[in-house]
Design a protein around this ligand. Structure first.
Ligand code: TEU
Ligand code: CA
Length: 556
């Protein structure tokens, strides 16, 4: 297992629209981020993943890009961006940008040309097909509800859009498209960017025939024909050869639907493709028939998935470790307890993410234990995915109360309420009217309060990150799960040479007792980290665990 900086790093994800506004327009911006770099340095993170700040009509909050090499005016200017990069580099931090190249905006110059005529030189930059029997070319559904096709009156053909109808899919089978993307990536890397997070990168290779998807609906999920498609590894290896391999950078692909076996083809150290991928198996653990069909989850399933990824990539590739991002509900509300045990459970989940093998990703506000939100009406929500789903489900006759409950639990706006900096108006995020309402609990949950409370979630994260930096075993130690069938406790060891760590996590509010299996032989144990004080007289054969208690021990 080769040692390298991106394996030893902790990444912090910034959703710029909601991080810090600097000019009172209610929208977070790059100068706002610059004003918070010391906060990030205090936390101790190494890499910043910046969600899209490129020119965009903002149909999907910047994931619909109309110019890959200019900055959206809401966020500032390219010189603001250069100041941000300099501010990070001067503090010893790195910057990775969000690469969104499965699709562009329909307002990108390429698409404006492409839609003009069937023989336009840019026609094949996108995926156009004739309709079939007066309908769409196939029955694929969009991730954002409805058909994945939109008819364009100018030529009477349909274009493919796996996401919103303002996000036409780029045609990666067209070598000119690939060349344009590689040139744009090189432009950013030559400006000093330290890598990329690659948006739905495993969707870029479609089965050319675009066959109908199985299913009873009017529209059905066509993932079999565009996830990990026929030429995906050819494209990734070409991208690596043409661009990535020329720089000392970090890459992480967002790859919905991959298994550990498939992930190894992307991140295998001998594959010449990517460094890491984001897996979605855990993100689907509480989804029944789709994400909005919310189901209870079992800890044994959670552990089976997490452990499968730990062992599935061991010795082959490297895991990303996350339970939060701008698309997912807040982890303390989803997997912890956002009531009386909010701090304890936030710290327990943080201990999990920072003591497994892989690179941890902190999503803005996670380090404060920020929670989900409940707005009074659908009008107060902003996310296109949510609005499209609401319309589709109301038309299908679902009870509004049930639809709103799914939105409260799984809606993406949960993660997009503005960062809560202090207890002043709008949580210190803006002096204006925020583009999305601040979670009303900002008066209690905010950075200023956390920085002044030695026992805060923030300082727990800061100490976890320090612990990781001081102990190579946390990064490179081998993972072995214990008590696999226990429905309350997640326990595992990490081993590096003669060193061993034991991690014990109570995932729930009920008190429980941990008993170290006889198979784990040891002479003495020292408690080195945890979210509760622990008396020196503890007994690993009968360790009482309080609500959401997390404890880490060295075993010798
Ligand atoms: O998300 C891809 C993706 O899988 C989303 O559909 C996500 O899983 C879903 O919204 C969860 O509810 C990426 C970006 O992270 C997301 O913000 C964009 O909307 C999407 O691609 C299109 O670019
Ligand atoms: Ca602003």
């Amino acid at each position: 297992m080769t040692k390298t900086w991106w394996k030893e790093s902790v990444v912090y994800q910034i959703y710029p629209r909601s991080f810090q506004d600097s000019n009172g327009d209610g929208i977070g911006d790059i100068p706002g981020i610059i004003s918070r770099l010391d906060y990030l340095q205090t936390l101790g993170v190494d890499v910043i993943w910046l969600c899209p700040v490129y020119q965009s009509p903002n149909d999907d909050n910047g994931y619909d890009i109309s110019d890959y090499q200019s900055i959206m005016s809401d966020f500032g200017t390219i010189s603001d961006w250069e100041k941000l990069l300099e501010g990070l580099h001067s503090r010893g931090m790195k910057l990775i940008m969000d690469l969104v190249v499965n699709h562009s905006s329909d307002e990108h110059a390429w698409f404006v040309e492409s839609r003009k005529s069937k023989d336009n030189p840019y026609r094949d930059y996108y995926i156009w097909r004739d309709g079939k029997d007066g309908k769409e070319p196939n029955n694929w559904s969009s991730f954002f509800s409805g058909s994945a096709w939109k008819k364009d009156e100018a030529t009477g053909q349909y274009f493919l859009h796996l996401f919103s109808s303002k996000q036409p899919d780029l045609n990666w089978d067209n070598e000119k498209v690939r060349r344009e993307v590689y040139d744009m990536m090189t432009w950013w890397l030559d400006k000093g960017v330290d890598g990329f997070r690659m948006d739905v990168i495993n969707l870029i290779s479609k089965v050319q025939q675009l066959p109908d998807a199985a299913g009873e609906g009017k529209y059905n999920f066509g993932g079999d024909y565009f996830m990990n498609g026929p030429r995906i590894h050819e494209f990734m290896q070409e991208m690596n050869r043409e661009v990535l391999s020329k720089y000392d950078i970090m890459t992480v692909g967002e790859t919905p639907g991959v298994t550990p076996e498939e992930a190894a083809l992307y991140v295998g150290e001998d594959r010449g493709e990517l460094n890491m991928v984001f897996q979605f198996e855990l993100m689907d653990i509480d989804s029944g028939n789709g994400k909005w069909d919310v189901c209870p989850w079992k800890l044994t399933d959670f552990k089976r998935i997490m452990s499968k990824w730990q062992t599935g990539l061991a010795g082959k590739g490297w895991n990303s470790l996350y339970l939060n991002n701008h698309d997912q509900p807040r982890m303390v509300s989803r997997f912890g307890n956002d009531g009386i045990y909010r701090k304890e459970s936030a710290k327990m989940l943080a201990t999990l993410l920072h003591t497994l093998q892989g690179t941890p990703y902190i999503y803005q506000g996670e380090e404060l234990g920020m929670t989900n939100v409940k707005f009074g009406s659908i009008e107060e929500y902003q996310d296109i995915e949510t609005h499209n789903m609401y319309k589709e489900f109301v038309e299908a006759g679902h009870p509004v109360e049930q639809i709103m409950n799914s939105i409260y639990i799984k809606g993406r706006d949960n993660a997009r309420t503005p960062m809560q900096w202090d207890a002043t108006a709008n949580g210190g995020f803006t002096s204006g009217t925020p583009w999305l309402q601040v979670n009303p609990n900002f008066t209690v949950i905010n950075a200023e309060e956390a920085l002044n409370d030695p026992d805060s979630v923030f300082h727990y994260y800061r100490k976890l990150i320090e612990f990781r930096k001081r102990n190579e075993i946390v990064v490179y130690g081998d993972f072995k799960e214990l008590l696999e069938q226990d429905e309350r406790i997640y326990a595992y060891t990490r081993t590096l040479g003669e060193q061993r760590l034991l991690v014990v996590l109570n995932f729930f509010a009920d008190e429980t007792v941990f008993a170290l299996p006889d198979s784990v032989r040891y002479g003495s144990a020292e408690r080195v980290f945890g979210n509760y004080e622990l008396s020196p007289g503890f007994d690993l054969n009968e360790l009482k665990l309080r609500p959401y208690e997390a404890q880490v021990f060295t075993l010798v």
